[in-house]
Design a protein around this ligand. Structure first.
Ligand SMILES: Nc1nc2c(ncn2[C@@H]2O[C@H](COP(=O)(O)OP(=O)(O)OP(=O)(O)O)[C@@H](O)[C@H]2O)c(=O)[nH]1
Ligand SMILES: [Mg+2]
Length: 457
C-alpha cells in the first residue's frame, strides 16, 4: 500500500494560479483537515471532479488562501489512486504554507516524477505516454508539441501494440506446433509466418528510421553555418537569431569554437551552429576549431555555406562548398549583397535544386528569403504519423533490438531451422517491444525516465 504524497505542481513564481496536488489513500482525508468549503459538506462527501470553493487553513486554523478544491477517487484519476487538487492563488509563500499544512495533515513530499511514476505503475499510462508527457512539457516548437501530443494519445503505443499482437499470434501458433511435434508446418503456413515476420520487420524498420526525425524535432535539426574566415557566418548567425550571440569583428579567425543556439523557424526547430572559418591554419587553437567545424558538418542535416559575394571565390570557398554539398541539405549564401559584386562569374556548377540566396547579413536584407528556403527544405513527412516517431535513445535502442530479433527469426525460418529456434527470436522481439511500452519493467530504465520530471508531475 502506498503512502500519500503532496507537491506544489506549478512553478514557484508569483502568478495567477498555483496548484497543490495530492495522491494516495489519505488524499481526501488530508484535504478535509486543511480545507473548509464555504458551503455544504466536506470534500470526502462530495462527488468526483467537482470544484468546491473554500478556505485553505494552516494547522492553527488560520486562513492561508481561498481556493478551489477537487477530488478524484481511485481508479478514475491521473495516478489511479485517490487524488486531490487545491487550485490556489499563485503566491509562492502561500503555496509553501499550504504544502506545510498538507504535511501536518499526514501527506509527505512527493519526489520528482512520483505522480507519473504512480500512474505508470498503476497501469494508467504506458512508458511511451509517460515519455510523451515529459516531451510535451519540454517541447520547444509547434511540431514538437504535436508529436508529443500524438504520442500521449497513444500513436506510438498503438503502433507497437499492432506488432506485438501479430508476434504474439505467431508465438501461439508455434506453441501449437511444438505441442504436436509430429505434424510438420505446412509450406503454406511457413509462407504465412514469413509474411508476418517480414511485415513486422518492415514496420520496425520504419519506426527505427523515424528516430532521426524524432530527435531533430525534440532537440532541433542540426544546421551548421560554414565558410571561410570573414565571409560573415557569425553576422548571419546573429541575424537569424535576432540578437548578438556570437562575436563579430573584421579580423579573420574571430570564431574559434562552435557556438550553438536553438532557433524556431515556422514549425521547425533548428539547432543552429556557428563554426570557425575554414582555412589552412598554423595556430593550434584554430586548427582544433576547424576540426570542430568539419565535425559539425558531419552531424548536420542542413549546411549553410556562406560566401562573401563581394569578392571572387577562393580555394577555401571551394572547400566550404564541397563540404556543404556533401550534407543531406545545403543552402548557398552569397553574403554582403550590400557591397558591389566582383565582375567575374561567381559560382561553380551546382547540383540542380540547390537553393542560392543573395543577402546582406549586416543589413538583414534577404534574410527572410533564406528563412523561407530553409523551411521549404523540411516538408512534413507523411510517411510516419505524427506521434508515432521515436524521440529518444531508449525507444530507438529497444525498437532496434526488436527489429534485429525479428530479422533473426525470419532468417532462421528461411534457413529451415527448427520452430523453437525461430520461437526464441520472436520471444526476444516481444521482450524488446515490452520494454518499449513498459509492459516488461526494468527498474533502472524507468528510474531514468522519471528523472526528467519535475516535482509535482
Ligand atoms: N558589408 C557587409 N559586411 C559584412 C556582412 N556580413 C558580415 N560583414 C562583415 O564582415 C566581417 C566578418 O564578419 P563575421 O560575421 O565575423 O565573419 P565570420 O565568417 O564569422 O568570420 P570568422 O569567425 O573569422 O570565420 C565583419 O566586419 C562584418 O561586419 C554583410 O552582409 N555586409
Ligand atoms: Mg565568426
Amino acid at each position: 500500500m502506498s503512502d500519500t504524497i503532496a507537491a506544489i505542481a506549478t512553478p514557484l513564481i508569483p502568478s495567477a494560479i498555483g496548484i497543490l496536488r495530492l495522491s494516495g489513500p489519505d488524499s481526501i482525508a488530508v484535504v478535509d483537515r486543511v480545507f473548509t468549503p464555504s458551503h455544504g459538506a466536506p470534500m470526502s462527501q462530495r462527488p468526483d471532479r467537482t470544484l468546491v470553493y473554500g478556505a485553505l487553513r494552516d494547522p492553527e486554523g488560520q486562513v492561508i488562501d481561498y481556493c478551489l478544491a477537487t477530488v478524484s477517487r481511485a481508479p478514475h484519476s491521473y495516478t489511479g489512486e485517490d487524488t486531490a487538487e487545491l487550485q490556489c492563488h499563485g503566491s509562492p509563500s502561500a503555496l509553501l504554507l499550504g504544502l506545510d499544512a498538507l504535511f501536518s495533515a499526514g501527506a509527505r513530499q512527493a519526489l520528482a516524477g512520483e505522480f507519473t511514476r504512480r500512474a505508470f505503475l498503476g497501469g494508467k499510462l504506458d512508458l511511451t505516454r509517460t515519455e510523451a508527457i515529459a516531451d510535451l512539457i519540454h517541447a520547444e516548437s509547434p511540431a514538437a508539441v504535436r508529436q508529443a501530443a500524438g504520442q500521449l494519445g497513444g500513436a506510438l503505443a498503438g503502433a507497437i501494440e499492432e506488432i506485438y499482437q501479430s508476434l504474439t499470434d505467431l508465438l501461439a501458433h508455434f506453441h501449437a506446433v511444438l505441442d504436436y511435434p509430429d505434424e510438420d508446418i505446412e509450406p503454406f503456413q511457413a509462407a504465412e509466418i514469413s509474411a508476418v515476420l517480414n511485415q513486422a520487420a518492415a514496420k520496425l524498420d520504419r519506426m527505427a528510421g523515424s528516430y532521426r526525425r524524432g530527435r531533430a524535432l525534440m532537440e532541433g535539426i542540426p544546421c551548421a553555418i560554414v565558410g571561410r574566415p570573414n565571409s560573415g557566418k557569425s553576422t548571419l548567425f546573429n541575424a537569424l537569431l535576432g540578437y548578438d550571440r556570437a562575436i563579430v569583428t573584421p579580423i579573420a579567425g574571430t570564431t574559434r569554437d562552435t557556438v550553438e543556439e536553438r532557433l524556431n523557424l515556422g514549425s521547425i526547430l533548428l539547432k543552429l551552429i556557428d563554426t570557425a572559418g575554414l582555412h589552412a591554419a598554423d595556430d593550434q587553437v584554430e586548427q582544433l576549431g576547424i576540426e570542430r567545424s568539419r565535425a559539425a558538418v558531419d552531424q548536420a542535416e542542413l549546411v549553410l555555406v556562406v560566401l562573401d559575394g563581394s569578392r571572387p571565390l577562393t580555394p577555401e570557398d571551394q572547400d566550404a562548398l564541397s563540404l556543404g554539398l556533401s550534407a543531406p541539405r545545403c543552402v548557398i549564401i552569397l553574403n554582403k549583397d550590400d557591397l558591389p559584386a566582383p565582375d567575374q562569374a561567381q559560382l561553380p556548377e551546382l547540383p540542380r535544386n540547390t537553393p542560392v540566396v543573395r543577402l546582406s547579413a549586416l543589413t538583414g536584407d534577404g534574410v527572410d528569403q533564406l528563412e523561407l528556403a530553409m523551411e521549404n527544405l523540411f516538408p512534413e513527412d507523411p510517411g510516419v504519423r505524427t506521434g508515432a516517431l521515436l524521440t529518444n535513445a531508449r525507444q530507438a535502442q529497444a525498437a532496434g533490438r526488436a527489429r534485429q530479433a525479428v530479422a533473426r527469426a525470419a532468417q532462421a525460418l528461411d534457413a529451415g531451422m527448427s520452430p523453437d529456434a525461430v520461437l526464441t527470436d520472436v520471444e526476444q522481439a516481444l521482450t524488446a517491444l515490452g520494454e518499449l511500452t513498459g509492459r516488461v519493467v526494468r527498474e533502472d530504465v524507468t528510474a531514468r525516465i522519471f528523472e526528467r520530471f519535475c516535482v509535482g508531475k
